[in-house]
Design a protein around this ligand. Structure first.
Ligand code: 5AD
Ligand code: FES
Length: 350
């Protein structure tokens, strides 16, 4: 298998058959070799720097009903909340003082926030913090909406494709949601000029190595600036309550593969990874990741933004997470940096 890792590093390309074989045939030895190569590539472009993003989970209302997600509309037990513009700005102020230079506004697909409202929030943040980037993560919207928000000053957009294969996609989502529309949104976002992040869950129900091979081919074709992946973790109030969680081992392996395929990509070591293992985020960094996304949401709403069970950091203040993250990164020889942390793939706007 090490020869496939070498081929990947040298050419940044594998065929679907090769991806499947490598993922299916991986061993602890292959993984160690992969992580060593992934770290070297990562150090070449990003040294030992770790970028931080302040995550603001501003609404847990959602009109969708994804089978895996704890804030799906059918979950009657979810305690719903929305943050006002002022509350969001307070989160940014706290975050700015803590050294965050990217704010990620994430929420369910909540019709309460019109284009005009979101554009106004984006404009206000950008005018107050001129050295910051704004990332939106608010799901599927129209081309016009994406364009308007970009014009308002949003720099980046996160929209995981979740799984490339339409059949697998339809096992994870109700029929009104399609892989084709999801992927169209990503192409729209790219065309408009956003730095785009996509990604998928590792170990989602019925996922096969072939599905993951398709995900890698899709990433290669889209060539996004950011890739977010994390293990699937069941939520007790969803149809997938009794499904098995994805593993740390496979998630780390996929992180290493993504680093070698897209050497300059921004790759977060996610909260879900930190949830399935106490040292998950550190191990993600050691597998090739270079971003962490500590939570800036107000403490009183954090326990309500539960996409999956046992989510970490729901009781901690923003400052605690910021300090905790710095210590964790230092403990493995990496440094949190105060910077926008743009992808090396793109020109950035002034
Ligand atoms: N386990 C892990 N990740 C999840 N997400 C949603 N629900 C879960 C879950 N149960 C991920 C999806 C989504 C992102 C915001 O969170 O990939 O795109
Ligand atoms: Fe939140 Fe460690 S990152 S407490």
């Amino acid at each position: 298998m090490n020869n496939l890792v070498n081929k990947l590093e040298q050419t940044q390309f594998l065929s679907k058959e090769e991806w499947s074989a490598l993922i299916r045939g991986r061993t602890p030895g292959t993984a160690d070799y992969l992580f060593e190569r992934a770290r070297e590539v990562r150090h070449r472009y990003y040294q030992h720097d770790v970028y931080i993003r302040g995550l603001i989970e501003f609404t847990n209302y959602c009109k969708n009903d994804c089978y895996y997600c704890g804030i799906r509309r059918s979950n009657r037990h979810a305690h719903r909340y929305r943050l006002s513009k002022e509350q969001i700005l307070d989160c940014c102020e706290t975050g700015y003082r803590l050294g965050f230079r990217t704010f990620v506004l994430q929420g369910g697909e909540d019709g309460h926030y019109t284009d005009e409202m979101l554009a106004d929030i984006v404009k206000t943040i950008k005018s107050r913090y001129t050295d910051c980037a704004i990332t939106l993560s608010v799901g599927e919207r129209s081309y016009e909406s994406y364009r308007l928000l970009f014009e308002a000053g949003a720099d980046r957009y996160l929209l995981r494709h979740e799984t490339y294969d339409p059949q697998h996609y339809s096992k994870l989502h109700p029929q009104e949601l399609t892989a084709a529309h999801r992927q169209q949104c990503l192409r729209d976002l790219k065309e408009i000029g956003y730095q785009v992040g996509t990604g998928f869950m590792v170990g989602s129900p019925w996922q096969t190595p072939e599905n993951l091979a398709d995900d890698m081919l899709f990433l290669k074709e889209l060539n996004p600036q950011m890739v977010g992946i994390g293990p699937f973790i069941p939520h007790h109030d969803t149809p997938f309550a009794d499904q098995k969680a994805g593993t740390l081992e496979l998630t780390l392996f996929m992180l290493g593969l993504i680093r070698l395929m897209l050497p300059k990509v921004l790759l977060p070591s996610t909260t879900a990874l930190g949830t399935i293992a106490p040292d998950g985020r550190e191990r993600g960094i050691l597998a090739g990741a270079n971003v962490v996304m500590p939570n800036l949401s107000p403490t009183d709403v954090r326990k309500d933004y539960l996409l999956y069970d046992n989510k970490i950091c729901t009781g901690d203040e923003a400052a605690e997470c910021r300090g905790c993250m710095e210590r964790r990164m230092n403990s493995i020889g990496y440094n949190v940096v105060v910077a926008r942390g743009d992808s090396l793939n793109v020109d950035t706007r002034p």
